[in-house]
Design a protein around this ligand. Structure first.
Ligand code: HEC
Length: 115
């Protein structure tokens, strides 16, 4: 067949994915992102451009530049308490973020990746 008909269910699935992934369609809000990071004490171990116990957010953004899986990867990092390696070599579970919804976490991840 030269001209296969477009598959309508594919368009619907794409639309649903956009609607159910908050933050995908909306623009990132830097103030809200930083407020959430402050509330969660993220800046105790991270800064935008200096390495502390955790990597600088600029470093994180550079590491994930051009990687389409980055947002999902970082949302998982912030919500599941993965093992985090500290500069002194010890490991502990990374802080699990407290946020009112998934959109708020995604917004912070987008902000980090934009540094
Ligand atoms: C007690 C210190 C501490 C706190 C608090 C903390 N982090 Fe981290 N974070 C770390 C360390 C250490 C790593 C490095 C983990 C590794 O490389 O194994 C890390 C890694 C990361 C990474 C990079 C993950 C990757 O895949 O490269 C991001 C993004 C991040 N933290 C964001 C946050 C945010 C957002 C908060 C606040 C909700 C936060 N961190 C709170 C210590 C902390």
């Amino acid at each position: 067949m030269l001209h296969p008909r477009p598959r309508p269910y594919f368009a619907v699935a794409t639309m649903l994915a956009v609607l159910t992934l908050p933050g995908v369609s909306g623009a990132m809000d830097a103030d809200t992102a930083q407020a959430l990071a402050r509330q969660n004490n993220c800046f105790k171990c991270h800064s935008v451009d200096k390495k502390k116990d955790g990597p600088a957010y600029k470093e994180v953004a550079a590491k994930y530049k051009g990687k389409p899986e980055a947002p999902d990867r970082l949302v998982k990092h912030l919500t599941t308490g993965e093992k985090a390696k500290f500069p002194d070599g010890h490991e502990e579970e990374h802080k699990v973020i407290k946020a009112k919804d998934a959109a708020e976490v995604k917004n912070l991840v987008d902000w980090i990746l934009a540094q």
